[in-house]
Design a binder for this molecule. Sequence first.
Ligand SMILES: CC(C)(COP(=O)(O)OP(=O)(O)OC[C@H]1O[C@@H](n2cnc3c(N)ncnc32)[C@H](O)[C@@H]1OP(=O)(O)O)[C@@H](O)C(=O)NCCC(=O)NCCS
Length: 157
Amino acid sequence: MQLPLQRLGSGQAKRRQGGLRHLEVKDYQPLVKVVNAWFGGRHVSYLLQRSFFEHFRPTSFAIEKEGEILGFLIGYRSQTITNKAYIHFVAINPDYQGQGIGRRLYQHFFEGAIKLGCTEVSAITSPVNKKSIAFHTHMGFEILPGDAEVDAIPNFV
Ligand SMILES: CC(C)(COP(=O)(O)OP(=O)(O)OC[C@H]1O[C@@H](n2cnc3c(N)ncnc32)[C@H](O)[C@@H]1OP(=O)(O)O)[C@@H](O)C(=O)NCCC(=O)NCCS
């Protein structure tokens, strides 16, 4: 999915829940233990690598309240196409979904990407993750053509 940054919407987070900070290496172990549950039981923890927490720190964020991470985003600027930024992973604790945390993380990432000279943001999600597709579409992303289809949704295999 892709979003040209000049088409950014103006939606606002519903209410500010917790403080936003960079993701740190110390966050890897606690988060890798909970992400499968945050994805409703899907096995996604293999998508998190400790190295991402170390090397993508400048463009990866957590929202934390009283020492507990409510949601986080791992992203980076492309090393190859330097006007492109990429969101690799986003997850919000189910107890806090639908409260504007995803939007806040994305908006913060977009602002940082613009400062780095990016004009487009891409994100990846699974064709089975209808909620994520709905969230990204709502945030202004368009689904890109893939090399296959699952449930009529373009997919890369
Ligand atoms: C998908 C996810 C990241 C969204 O984060 P969130 O904090 O729940 O979303 P927000 O409350 O910030 O919603 C932001 C906007 O998207 C909209 N939105 C969120 N989920 C939506 C859905 N399922 N359908 C339609 N719109 C949706 C909200 O209405 C809101 O709109 P507004 O700001 O204009 O009022 C979160 O639900 C999540 O972590 N899900 C499980 C893990 C997952 O699927 N991650 C994505 C994998 S790529």
